[in-house]
Design a protein around this ligand. Structure first.
Ligand code: GMT
Length: 372
């Protein structure tokens, strides 16, 4: 089967998922064609059965806004024809689903009939997509896609709530590759960041408002006051400068390390004791699942799809959005008892196995087969 995958190539969860899906399918012998505007961050080096087609939008003085969607649709048409693709799978509705619909219609005029799958990831429905300026196009594309998938039950419900569509939405959750290998010189790496008796808390995101990274700092201040700890903030984004300011306002500069963008986060997770995800909304929380797959318990908010991933009192704890007191109490509850921490770590790892790459990817494979 030859599959075209359209995605955002950046550090966001939707791009990571789409890239990992393509890599896994390629390893199973499918021919994968990534179509996007730059090399996906998780793609890595040369991979058998993987091809990359760049969408290059030229700058013309007439355009205040470059017509990416149009160029993407043309690229899809070109790649489908040249590579004889069997199916297109677009990740994130805006503008990938409408570009796919346009490509599909153009191909019909060439007597080529190709189905497309739209996978909803979250903000395309819960934040950006809800903006009335997008609504009619998203609703239309949801109805026109040959199949629609969502990464959690919660996102499926949000879609029905915000868009007037009755079409079937298949829930195919995000997945994670279990880590077989242990890492060398972990203790040495850890000692670069914290003393042996200092727990390491970690947060990974794109530092956007929706992630509430300020809450990570505020809950960390409460934890650190009781148990001296370190906080690793991984990623970058619009809130970075405000966070640096907040850090110095609450006198935490010595204890908080801004790590920056990291391509492969498992090394950071391997030295972390807790993962913190206090988001305002989160359709799934891939970063939390990746932490759990490294045996790191999760302190999170209880919003959106997070309860489908983080099990309260077992793999970590959940609190209401903004309740940093409760988050810090929960963090201390785990950190202050080594035996308890071990149980949470084990539970987190076990829970992550429910989202194993093989199980989940086979769901996409059968969906593709049904459509073709
Ligand atoms: O979290 C983000 O802001 C990035 C965003 C994306 O589209 O890349 O993530 C969304 O998709 C991820 C992969 O399916 C989910 O794990 C995230 O929960 C979801 N983000 C939100 O809903 C805020």
């Amino acid at each position: 089967m030859k599959i075209g995958i359209v995605l955002y190539p950046t550090y966001g969860g939707s791009g990571v998922m789409a890239t990992e899906l393509g890599k896994k399918l390629a390893s199973k012998g499918y021919e994968i064609h990534f179509i996007t505007y730059s090399q996906p961050v998780r793609l890595g080096g040369l991979t058998k059965n993987v091809y990359y087609h760049e969408v290059a939008v030229s700058d013309y003085p007439l355009f205040d806004y470059a017509p990416y969607e149009t160029v993407l649709a043309s690229k899809m048409v070109e790649v489908v024809k040249r590579e004889n693709l069997d199916i297109l799978h677009v990740h994130y509705a805006i503008p990938h689903a409408s570009a796919a619909f346009m490509a599909q219609q153009i191909l019909v005029s060439d007597n080529i009939d190709i189905p497309f799958v739209t996978t909803l990831h979250g903000t395309d429905i819960t934040l950006v997509g809800r903006d009335p300026s997008f609504e009619p196009v998203i609703t239309f594309c949801l109805n026109q896609s040959n199949a629609v998938t969502a990464v959690s039950e919660s996102l499926k419900m949000d879609t029905y709530l915000h868009f007037s569509t009755k079409r079937e939405i298949h829930v195919i959750p995000n997945f994670v590759r279990q880590q077989e290998s242990r890492f060398n010189n972990l203790e040495e790496v850890r000692s670069n960041y914290a003393n042996d008796d200092e727990p390491i808390l970690c947060h990974i995101s794109n530092f956007r408002k929706v992630k509430r990274v300020g809450d990570v700092l505020r809950m960390f201040a409460l934890v650190n006051a009781k148990v001296p700890s370190k906080l690793l903030l991984v990623g970058d984004g619009p809130d970075r400068y405000d966070l640096e300011e907040l850090c110095s306002e609450i006198n935490l500069c010595e204890r908080v390390i801004f790590v920056g963008k990291v391509r492969d986060t498992k090394h950071v997770l391997a030295i972390s004791d807790l993962f913190i995800l206090p988001s305002e909304t989160e359709s799934f929380g891939l970063a939390a699942l990746e932490a759990m797959a490294m045996g790191v318990p999760v302190i999170s908010s209880n919003t959106g799809g997070i309860p489908e991933v983080n099990i309260h009192g077992k793999t970590g704890f959940m609190s209401d959005v903004g309740d940093v007191d409760d988050m810090s109490k929960n963090a201390l509850h785990i950190l202050e008892d080594q035996e308890r921490k071990k149980v949470f770590k084990k539970n987190a790892l076990e829970q992550s196995q429910k989202f194993d790459v093989d199980t989940i990817v086979s769901k996409y494979e059968s969906l593709y087969r049904d459509l073709i």
